[in-house]
Design a protein around this ligand. Structure first.
Ligand code: ZN
Ligand code: ZN
Length: 361
């Protein structure tokens, strides 16, 4: 018989967990392993809320292990380091994103692409090497192998740093990999949520001209005035689609709802690239002819490796790129999840764990 989550490991931990497909979170006592020689233990200060948390809490992808403690945009302060930890010391400000383990020997791992390792261990809801379930950052503490720890630069506010660890790297990595990071390119960003607003900020810092394409005219003002996009149009506006035809070098498509690709392909120049970073549940329809005409490319991208995540966060600090966030206490988390479902957030919820998470007796 498996032991209770509370008794599995020596260190007491406390968080909020979903217990079933309602996805409703409630207080949860569990435990963390003692810091091993290569482990960094840290007190969680902030954790962002990602769409993935919502999908997993409700078991929409069918692989949730309950109780589930979500959270993979985690920032905190180091409280203990193992004897062989080289890069971190007590008091350092650190972060953890979507993964806490990988095989370290496959092609992906040896090329600093742990995110594409087939044995990747997810920060929450995964099985660790020892067979125990991983729990995420909606909790008071973390214990993670130093390889998967990111250093938070001094000039980046800790609360704003949190969403960079998933949303930030998710849009930064494809901009770099697909060569959409050169000055004076014209980049389209489809969808203006947690991912999209960061895609605008990163692409702008890289020197691109930016067009935001959204289903909602309500986002126009924010896109142009607050985020600094150069133009904006609603995705169903045929006149504007026509007017913008063949103008974009690349598109970062952050939409995870079902949507047509054909209009987006029409916006690309010859050799233009459409990169999907959202994951609609059902297959998208892909017409071949618009791809052939202009030798266009459709690609995908999933978060980023640890080295690139560090590079991204250092770049964000240098360029003063900060996500727009709404700070919430943990007992607001269920309301926040409902609002997230309705896209009613500008643009990321971040839970103030350090000041507001208190164990219930
Ligand atoms: Zn995420
Ligand atoms: Zn691997």
């Amino acid at each position: 018989m498996s032991r209770l989550p509370e008794e599995e490991h020596p260190n007491k931990a406390f968080g909020w967990a979903a217990r079933g497909t309602s996805g409703v979170l409630s207080p949860f006592k569990f435990s963390r392993r003692a810091a091993g020689e290569k482990d960094v233990a840290f007190k969680v200060l902030y954790c962002g809320i990602c769409h993935t948390d919502l999908h997993n809490a409700k078991n929409e992808w069918g692989k949730t292990l309950y109780p589930l403690v979500p959270g993979h945009e985690i920032v905190g302060e180091v409280t203990e380091v193992g004897s062989k930890v080289e890069k971190f010391k007590v008091g350092d400000k650190v972060g953890v994103g979507c993964m806490v383990g990988s095989c370290h020997s496959c092609d992906s791992c040896t090329n600093n692409l742990e995110n594409y390792c087939s044995k990747l261990i997810a920060t929450y809801g995964g099985k660790y090497y020892d067979g125990t379930v991983t729990y995420g950052g909606f909790s008071d503490s973390m214990v993670v192998d130093e390889h998967f720890i990111i250093r938070i630069p001094h000039n980046l506010p800790l609360d704003a740093a949190a969403p960079l660890l998933c949303a930030g790297i998710t849009v930064y990595s494809p901009l770099r990999f697909y060569g959409l990071d050169k000055p004076d390119l014209h980049i389209g960003v489809v969808g203006l949520g947690g991912l999209g607003h960061l895609a605008v900020k990163f692409a702008k810092a890289m020197g691109a001209k930016i067009t935001v394409i959204s289903t909602s005219i309500n986002k126009k003002k924010a896109a142009l005035e607050n985020l600094g996009a150069d133009s904006f149009f609603v995705s169903r506006d045929q006149d504007q689609l026509q007017a913008a035809s063949g103008t974009l070098d690349g598109i970062i498509d952050t939409v995870s709802a079902q949507h047509p690709l054909l209009p987006l392909l029409g916006l690309l120049k010859t050799h233009g690239k459409l990169v999907l970073v959202g994951a609609p549940e059902k297959p998208l329809e892909l017409p071949a002819f618009p791809l052939l005409q202009g030798r266009k490319i459709i690609g995908g991208s999933l978060i980023g490796g640890i080295r690139e995540t560090q590079e991204m966060i250092d770049y964000a600090a240098k360029q003063s790129i900060k996500p727009e966030i709404e700070i919430i206490p943990i007992d607001y988390v269920n309301t926040a999840m409902e609002r997230l479902l309705k896209a009613d957030v500008k643009y990321r919820f971040v839970i103030d764990i350090g000041n507001m998470l208190k164990p219930t007796s």
